[in-house]
Design a protein around this ligand. Structure first.
Ligand SMILES: [Zn+2]
Length: 340
């Protein structure tokens, strides 16, 4: 249904016609209401790859390319940092958009980077630095793998907060995975490591040989950086900031920033909240981010940004729609505050 509506809207060029009229009415003047303010959208990608994943599906490269092609013809893609700076100066141009990626998957280098180069688009990749060039995986991938490649179909784990794991059907497996993820999101450090070690020892996954090769290494990061890709922090261990004490927040935020700036020989100023929902960060986290010298932080709450936006709580759309017409319609509705 949505796809049919989107197809009609696209065939009538509803977004193009409306943008032509409305974008020039939006202004950078701070005195006006945010509804009339010049705006910019931030797209938040994760994996771009032809691989299939039952729990954390990548965006296929051909669909990613269609989205980039569309942005090239109808919008103005700029780097996140430039848009944040321009917003502060009241110089956001019409039709502005920034592209970002979270986590640091190697497929960003293999598939997304060549497409970004083809369209000459800047982008920002937020790295969970503990998983870069270390052969380690982000904790959620260890959990996904344990469920995806499990060799048992039920198990009881030591943590009493997690009900017995049942993997006999796809639905049961999904439910057990959800309760495991919910629990893991509340943990950090050794406690989370022990929890995941236990999950792995109970589900006994047999992993594919290249399982530890799925994150970027520092050579790839540096090569992309030289080609104009920006990098930002996504913490060291992808821990949910609202779940940890201030001292731990500080370690995650400083540690990742230092490692990134050492590896790149450049200052690091942007941050992306792990998980990024409104409950995954709080005012304390925002204060620590500021203290650590970051100039902006992006969430996974959808919507558009403007000169009045809190730069430590920037909104992002997650463009996981497969049909380009649906992507285009949602993008347009979000841009003008007509959909969340
Ligand atoms: Zn993430």
């Amino acid at each position: 249904m949505l796809h049919s509506i989107a197809k009609v809207a696209v065939s009538l060029n509803v977004d193009g016609v409306t943008n032509n009229l409305v974008e020039r009415l939006y202004t950078n003047k701070r005195k006006v209401s945010p509804h009339l303010s010049r705006r910019f959208q931030i797209l938040g990608y994760h994996k771009v790859s032809p691989d299939e994943h039952p729990f954390f599906e990548p965006l296929p490269p051909d669909i990613f390319e269609k989205q980039m092609q569309f942005l090239k013809s109808c919008y103005r893609v700029m780097s996140l940092q430039e848009l944040v700076d321009r917003s502060a100066r009241g110089e956001v141009p019409e039709r502005a958009v920034a592209i970002t990626f979270d986590d640091g998957y190697r497929d960003n280098y293999d598939y997304a980077f060549p497409i970004l180069r083809k369209y000459k688009f800047p982008a920002t990749i937020f790295l969970a630095t503990g998983a870069i060039g270390s052969g380690k995986l982000i904790w959620h991938d260890r959990i996904f793998d344990a469920f995806r490649f499990a060799t048992v179909d039920r198990a009881r784990v030591e943590d009493a907060a997690v009900p017995e794991l049942k993997l006999q059907t796809a639905e049961a497996r999904q439910r057990s995975l959800e309760s495991t993820l919910v629990r893991a999101k509340t943990l950090y450090g050794d406690q989370r490591r022990r929890f995941i070690d236990d999950i792995e020892s109970k589900l006994r996954p047999v992993l594919p040989e290249d399982a530890d090769q799925r994150m970027l290494n520092w050579d790839q990061v540096r090569e992309m950086h030289r080609a104009g890709i920006e990098f930002g922090s996504h913490t060291v261990s992808h821990t949910i900031l609202s779940q940890i004490p201030r001292s731990e927040m500080s370690k995650e935020l400083r540690g990742s920033k230092e490692e990134l700036s050492d590896q790149l020989g450049a200052p690091i100023s942007s941050f992306a909240y792990p998980n990024g929902k409104a409950t995954d960060y709080n005012s304390e986290a925002k204060a620590v981010i500021r203290e650590c010298g970051y100039s902006c932080a992006v969430t996974c709450c959808s919507g558009f940004n403007h000169a009045f936006s809190d730069v430590f709580e920037l909104k992002r759309g997650l463009p996981w729609q497969r049909e380009i017409e649906v992507f285009r319609l949602k993008f347009f509705l979000q841009r003008h505050g007509l959909a969340s």
